[in-house]
Design a protein around this ligand. Structure first.
Ligand SMILES: Cc1cc2nc3c(=O)[nH]c(=O)nc-3n(C[C@H](O)[C@H](O)[C@H](O)COP(=O)(O)O)c2cc1C
Length: 215
């Protein structure tokens, strides 16, 4: 699938130039075509069993965002960006399991015996609340990362935000039941002038061979 016009920015530049943007151009909006591309590409992220445990709530309205700001440690990017996206994780994404497993069967990924095994495995994984949270947050965060890189390739800046009052933000977005707010993302054209990137832990420190640990 190709979504026209294709993004052509060199991949390495996209990764190297993505920053957490703290200064947005005021008064900007994102076009309908940009929104569509952002979310269509984000939806191509991988997920366990292809359950796609993500939803997105977009808030552009200035009054709504002024109301949201105090729930987010008063961070100015909530109102200065073009929009704020709540990335929602689903602790119960197997609500769609039969539909998705039918596709696995139809497309020749699995046979009937494997289907039974999948059903059993789903019951094990989604029985345990800690694992349900891991899958919800992990899956939603993969989609969030795709979204931030896609935005960068489109010339838009992003700021991932976890600095917020979880129950207040949950209420603000009307998130209930098995859904959780994995993070917020402020998005819009960046103004520039960010501070230099902070250092990263070096290759030797983060990469372990054969087993974990540097002892
Ligand atoms: C899940 C997550 C939550 C974050 N929350 C905030 C936040 O609330 N406020 C903020 O200013 N930056 C936030 N950041 C941005 C980090 O501080 C930033 O990614 C890090 O310092 C590295 O900088 P860089 O993204 O420019 O490379 C968050 C980043 C992530 C991944």
């Amino acid at each position: 699938m190709q979504i026209d016009p294709p993004l052509t920015a060199p991949f390495e530049n996209v990764v190297r130039e993505r920053r957490s943007v703290h200064r947005f151009e005021p008064g900007q909006r994102i076009s309908k075509a940009q929104w569509r591309k952002l979310f269509e590409l984000s939806a191509l992220s991988p997920s366990s069993w292809n359950f796609q445990p993500w939803d997105f709530v977009v808030v552009e309205d200035d009054d709504r965002r002024r109301e949201l700001r105090p729930l987010c440690w008063n961070q100015s990017q909530i109102v200065d960006s073009a929009a704020v996206i709540a990335v929602i994780g689903d602790k119960n994404p197997h609500r769609r399991d039969e539909e998705i497993f039918a596709q696995f069967l139809e497309n020749g990924y699995i046979d009937d015996a494997t289907l039974q095994a999948y059903r059993g495995a789903v019951d094990v994984v989604y029985h345990d609340d800690a694992r349900r949270i891991e899958h919800a947050v992990g899956g939603a965060c993969l989609a969030a990362m795709t979204l931030m890189l896609t935005a960068q390739a489109m010339g838009l800046g992003t700021l991932p935000i976890i600095g917020f009052d979880p129950s207040g933000v949950r209420k603000f977005f009307n998130v209930t039941g098995d859904y959780m707010v994995a993070m917020l993302i402020a998005i819009g054209p960046a103004k520039g002038g960010e501070l230099p990137r902070q250092q990263r832990r070096p290759f030797e420190d983060i990469v372990h061979w054969d087993r974990f640990g540097n002892l």
